[in-house]
Ligand binder design. Structure first.
Ligand code: 6PG
Length: 232
């Protein structure tokens, strides 16, 4: 599948361009299919992008927003991706969108996998747009290198939509959409900033072990086109 690289001079320019592109894909999906599903990541990189996107002139009532992954903390915890999305994306015009979070009210992520599977079952077969970030260790979503659950999360034949993950370095257990769930989509965007991440990205573009740089599972696949957006 084609991979396109979009390098910008500034993060503000990147955010405007990416928000525009995502907006157009959502609009097209609403007009062709009556709705759209947008899967979004947490972390610090997309904050301004979400603010820009929240003002898009779209029929947001026809849009479902779902998380790519979640830190297994309460929805009002500072590290919660749901909190980030509620505060930065589900505002302005986008307040009319539906939201499906990954965190349940119960304690343990591993015990909740079946419940989260059921919550995700209402999503259509293909996600319209998936917005991914990347860590400097080459993780994307919660596909952290060196974790015991990584191979299950990346297993294209698992038939699973989500996987609980216990990262070795990063805080909090996680729940992540699996690789087959993320690649059942129409468009994937990888949104990265800074020189270090660009180096990691260039390394990941070279062939090598997916387990070392799990973002390779997104960059080297035939299922869905990937657009890389980078700014310093
Ligand atoms: C998360 C993510 C994760 C994120 C990267 C980049 O919850 O941590 O969804 O995959 O996209 O860790 O995070 P930063 O933008 O903070 O560098």
């Amino acid at each position: 599948m084609p991979l396109s690289e979009n390098f910008f001079d500034s993060r503000a320019q990147l955010d405007q361009a990416l928000a525009q592109e995502v907006q157009e894909l959502i609009r097209e999906s609403i007009s062709k299919r009556g709705g759209a599903v947008l899967a979004v990541s947490g972390g610090s990189t997309p904050t301004n992008l979400y603010s820009v996107l929240s003002k898009a002139d779209l029929d947001w009532s026809k849009v479902t927003i779902v998380l790519v992954d979640e830190r297994w903390v309460a929805a009002d915890h500072a590290d919660s991706n749901e909190k980030l999305v509620r505060e930065k994306l589900l505002i302005n015009n986008a307040a009319a969108a539906s939201f499906i979070g990954l965190k349940t009210s119960v304690g343990d992520a591993f015990e909740e996998q079946d419940q989260v599977e059921r919550n995700l079952a209402k999503l259509p077969g293909l996600l319209t747009v998936v917005l991914l970030g990347m860590g400097e260790d080459g993780h994307t979503a919660s596909f952290f290198p060196g974790t015991e659950q990584l191979s299950q999360a990346l297993d294209m034949d698992s038939g699973k939509r989500c996987q609980a993950i216990l990262p070795k370095e990063a805080p909090h257990p996680r729940m992540t959409l699996t690789l087959p769930r993320l690649l059942s989509s129409r468009h994937v965007f990888l949104h990265i900033t800074g020189d270090k991440k660009r180096e990691v990205y260039q390394k990941a573009m070279e062939k090598g072990e997916i387990e070392n740089l799990p973002v390779r599972a997104i960059l080297h696949q035939d299922a869905v086109p990937v657009d890389v957006y980078w700014a310093p």
